[in-house]
Design a protein around this ligand. Structure first.
Ligand code: GLC
Length: 720
């Protein structure tokens, strides 16, 4: 339908029917209607009536081809204007085939594989009846206390923007009407949810507009530039106004400055939460502020349904605001082809054929292998082929490796580490013992583990956080491994045997009590359906790890927030003329993180030399070429992620000590050398000035090229 046809349809709708399009209800609201069409279950509590359901615009969290087809067909019979339902769900890192959590995917530094993971997730979701996914989540994160860091790709705006684009391309493809096995994407959470104070979910965010534009907003903008169809509001306040009522953020910036004319949906209950926030006295005020801010769909509360009719009829809200919201929703339904085919890609046959297929699982394996970071290795890895191995820890046999937001994924059919290792090491190897649970243990478990360890040549510890210790509302003030696991590590360390630890977790941890007591550490994150296989192949050396951290690991939570692109301060520690005491430092910890952004080890080694700049001067018309030679000086083939950082020495506002501006991956055989070449131009040096103008300044820049943000060869140039 074209705009005129859609406007004609809107013109035939009553006010109540239009407002019902702005309502999103969870699946049970549709399952709760018994076969006489009578309302049962939670609907009554919200005062949702039959007619509202018949006219509602979208359903959250329904999946399954046959069921979705049935719900849609029943809905189409009841909807007075033949307007189909939108089916939306959180397909964040997989539908049934679960990929590593996005923080792990970020560590792959592989946008192509990230795009492929989103494409596969979209296909499995679309054939199962879903039209829209609430992803990508692109919130920049600097605080590992926050449970949702697992859902982001980390602390860098450049990398987050790269992945945001890749995920949107994978989910949406080129044409949602033609490609019915893709889904519309919904970038979230707008905006700056990752800056929640104290790393506590739903908490206050208070940032300068400049800081937001420089660090927190670029990835959302990148997603929208890639054509992302929807935006979701965040739970937090921005400068004292909750995002769902924030006209400056939603009208002025998102819609007017950025030109976004797609659908804006609130997060779950975020419109009604304007009341506890203290931004509205009651549902009427909440509805008033949200519709004025341009929130098109109210997720899971009924302020619009209850209050908009009176607000419009009483003249406080112009009906045009409702009409524009309805138009955006109907336009999205048309883009998805739902008016031509309300069932779109839903197909029980295709569902049976492609969901959790071998091809999809192989892609999940590959991404897990490229997302797993080798954090330490004193030579115990890869495991020797004939070594007797004891696999010990709460994750030795655990299927809880899918992580939060693993939708239709099943922990039962996740490939577990014990089975994967047994398949590779042969009969009776490894010996397996939990040793303890995630947060509790018994003497019996410990004894069994110590016996297994005593009989082994090498010990692999499988440790970490339960998935519910991460994700939404999974915030922790103590980000160490649970004490019972640290006690297990201590007892195993007393044996003095070669020991490697594998971590399954959703955040950078404080590794005190473990890191110094083992000989190797492998960060697997929540690696998804094929996680056990990918980790096993890294442990035995079938895969040479290549992942690099995209979020810093602090020495301790006391350092948080600690991130690589920080400012220098007026009294930087370690400056040539720095005093001993009166500098920016701690008395009881270093300033640097334990493991920096960009860090990751390999089973081979790489040497860098010959950093060259094509010129020591850059102008807006003459970019400079930067190159460095890298040699694989080890005995195995490996992939090196060569990273390019710059530092603007002096600016209108102070500038970070490092900013990632590019990276090149080199696959090198033993003894082979390669050259990483970058082109750096003036546009990449632009930043938001104190007056919010976005431009570069002439002056000196330092250049850093290396294997992490803290290990580089250095050069400099002048922008004139
Ligand atoms: C949750 C999350 C959001 C998700 C939504 C729907 O509260 O904050 O990321 O998309 O509700 O499940």
């Amino acid at each position: 339908m074209d705009n005129q046809q859609l406007l004609g349809l809107i013109g035939r709708m009553t006010l109540e029917e239009k407002i019902a399009q702005l309502v999103q209800l969870a699946a049970p609201f549709y399952e709760g209607v018994d076969d006489e069409g009578q309302i049962t279950g939670p609907m009554q509590a919200m005062g949702i009536t039959d007619s509202m359901i018949a006219s509602s615009g979208s359903v959250l969290g329904y999946a399954g081809a046959a069921g979705a087809i049935a719900v849609q067909e029943a809905h189409m019979k009841k909807n007075p204007h033949g307007i189909p339902l939108l089916f939306m769900a959180d397909i964040v890192h997989g539908f049934r085939t679960i990929f590593p959590v996005p923080l792990a995917i970020g560590c792959s530094w592989n946008a192509e594989l990230a795009q492929k993971s989103a494409e596969i997730a979209a296909r499995e979701a679309a054939v199962s009846g879903i039209h829209v996914t609430f992803a990508p989540m692109v919130d920049l994160v600097r605080d590992p206390r926050w449970g949702r860091v697992m859902e982001s790709t980390g602390e860098d705006p450049y990398l987050n923007s790269l992945f945001a684009r890749a995920f949107v391309r994978g989910f949406q493809g080129e044409d949602l009407k033609e490609e019915t096995e893709r889904v519309a994407a919904c970038v979230k959470h707008f905006a700056a949810y990752g800056a929640s104070e104290a790393g506590r979910d739903y908490n206050t965010v208070d940032l300068s507009e400049r800081q937001m534009r420089e660090y927190y907003l670029p990835a959302y903008k990148a997603a929208l530039e890639e054509g992302c169809e929807m935006v979701m509001t965040s739970f937090n306040t921005i400068d004292g106004i909750p995002a769902s009522a924030n006209e400056k953020l939603m009208r002025s910036l998102l819609r007017e400055e950025w030109g976004f004319d797609g659908v804006l949906i609130s997060d779950w209950g975020a419109v009604k939460e304007l009341i506890p926030h203290g931004a509205a006295e009651d549902e009427r005020e909440a509805a008033y502020r949200a519709i004025r801010a341009g929130v098109d769909i109210e997720m899971m509360t009924a302020c619009y349904v209850h209050e908009l009719p009176e607000l419009v009829r009483g003249g406080r809200v112009d009906e045009a605001l409702v009409d524009e919201a309805v138009l955006r929703i109907l336009r999205l339904k048309d883009k998805l082809g739902l008016f031509d085919n309300p069932n779109r890609g839903a197909s029980p046959e295709r569902e049976a054929e492609i969901v959790f297929s071998r091809e999809h699982r192989e892609a999940a394996y590959e991404l897990a292998a490229q997302s797993t970071v080798l954090l330490k290795n004193d030579g115990v890895l890869p495991l020797k082929p004939d070594a007797k191995v004891a696999l010990i820890g709460p994750f030795a046999r655990s299927g809880d490796i899918l992580g939060p937001w693993s939708w239709d994924g099943s922990t039962e059919d996740a490939v577990k580490l014990d089975a994967a290792l047994a398949e590779r090491l042969g009969p009776g190897n490894p010996a397996v013992a939990e040793g303890c649970g995630i947060e509790e243990g018994t003497e019996e478990q410990l004894r069994e583990a110590l016996n297994a360890a005593a009989a082994a040549d090498v010990i692999v510890l499988a440790l970490g956080e339960a998935s519910e210790m991460s994700g939404e509302a999974g915030c922790r003030t103590d980000i160490r491994l649970p004490q019972v696991q640290l006690d297990l590590v201590a007892r195993i360390a007393e044996l003095g045997k070669p020991t490697a630890a594998v971590l399954f977790n959703g955040r950078p941890l404080d590794l005190h009590g473990m890191y110094d007591r083992v000989d190797a550490v492998v960060e697997a994150w929540f690696p998804g359906s094929e996680g056990g296989a990918a980790v096993a192949d890294i442990l035995i050396g079938a895969v040479n790890p290549s992942a690099r951290l995209t979020m810093s690991f602090p020495h301790s939570v006391g350092q948080v927030p600690v991130y690589y692109n920080h400012f220098n301060t007026g009294r930087p520690q370690g400056a040539p003329d720095a005093q001993v005491r009166y500098v920016s430092q701690y008395l009881d910890a270093p300033n640097e993180p334990l493991l920096p952004f960009g860090f990751g080890l390999s089973y081979t080694t790489f040497e860098y030399d010959g950093l060259k700049l094509s010129s020591d001067k850059m102008t807006p018309d003459s970019p400079i070429a930067i190159s460095v030679n890298v040699t694989n000086t080890g005995s195995r083939a490996g992939t090196e992620t060569v990273q390019l950082y710059v530092r603007d020495i002096a600016g209108d506002v102070v500038r970070p000590v490092r900013e990632l501006k590019g990276f090149v991956k080199l696959d090198l055989a033993p003894g082979e050398s390669g050259t990483a070449v970058f082109t750096l131009n003036e546009e990449q040096l632009r930043y938001h000035h104190s007056d919010l103008s976005f431009k570069s300044d002439p002056g000196r820049f330092d250049v850093f090229v290396g294997r992490s943000s803290a290990d580089t060869l250095n050069g400099s140039f002048t922008l004139i």
